[in-house]
Design a protein around this ligand. Structure first.
Ligand code: BG6
Ligand code: MG
Length: 216
């Protein structure tokens, strides 16, 4: 197996605990529109772009709306979400994430972000994570959403490491699929039921070490 020379990280649900803020903002929108939205429903939105998330939400509510209204609703949800993440600090970095990023850097392994979020820079800056990255690819730099591999392909190009030497860390099924399509290995963060296609699944980055990269 080719050695790992770059680690590519998803943001929401892997490095920071922002999934709850996405959920609360989508639920508030659903309630305004007159229907309920459960945590189980929210699983379908993880890793999915903002516009695709809204489509799923409207499908759950059985609503069909015109493009202009949909754009207004997506902006409304984002305003509430940004209010929440504007208050974030380093306490919302997920357990083990910072230590693992530091370990990667101390071993000369390149570190890249591969996120669908257009709010990634605000989150990275508020939590103090920005300096740990050699490359940051987010929703402002991509045109195709996961499971399309674009976000990870761009990350590997920017750090100058070929896909076979990259590993992706992801909490969403769509993200694992994107890694596979990019020709990269992957570590699922969460439970094996949802992430069965990953090469390795760990509950959090707390269980991840540089030595374990050798298991991939
Ligand atoms: C992903 C999240 O990282 O980013 C999704 O898992 C979210 O839930 C997507 O919809 C887009 O984020 P944003 O911040 O651009 O609305
Ligand atoms: Mg995620």
């Amino acid at each position: 197996m080719a050695s790992i020379q770059a680690c590519l990280f998803d943001l929401d649900g892997v490095l920071v605990d922002t999934a709850k803020y996405h959920y609360l903002a989508w639920r508030r929108l659903a309630e305004e529109l007159g229907f309920g939205f459960t945590e189980q429903d929210n699983e379908r939105l993880k890793g999915v772009s903002r516009t695709a998330s809204l489509e799923i939400l409207l499908e759950i509510g059985g609503l069909q709306l015109d493009e202009e209204t949909k754009q207004q609703l997506a902006e409304r949800k984002n305003t509430w979400y940004v209010e929440s993440i504007s208050r974030m600090d380093e306490s919302e970095i997920l357990p083990g994430a910072l230590d693992f990023l530091k370990a990667c850097r101390s071993k000369g392994i390149k570190v890249a972000l591969g996120s669908a979020s257009k709010n990634a820079m605000l989150i990275l800056n508020n939590t103090g994570l920005t300096p740990y990255f050699d490359a940051i690819i987010d929703g402002t730099k991509t045109s195709a959403a996961k499971p399309d591999p674009e976000v990870f392909v761009l990350g590997s190009e920017e750090v100058g490491v070929p896909p076979e030497n990259c590993v992706v860390f992801e909490d969403a099924e769509a993200g694992i699929e994107a890694a596979i399509r990019a020709g990269m290995r992957s570590v699922g963060i969460g439970s094996p039921e949802n992430l069965s296609r990953a090469n390795l699944v760990v509950p959090s980055l707390q269980q991840m070490t540089i030595d374990r990269l050798g298991e991939l």
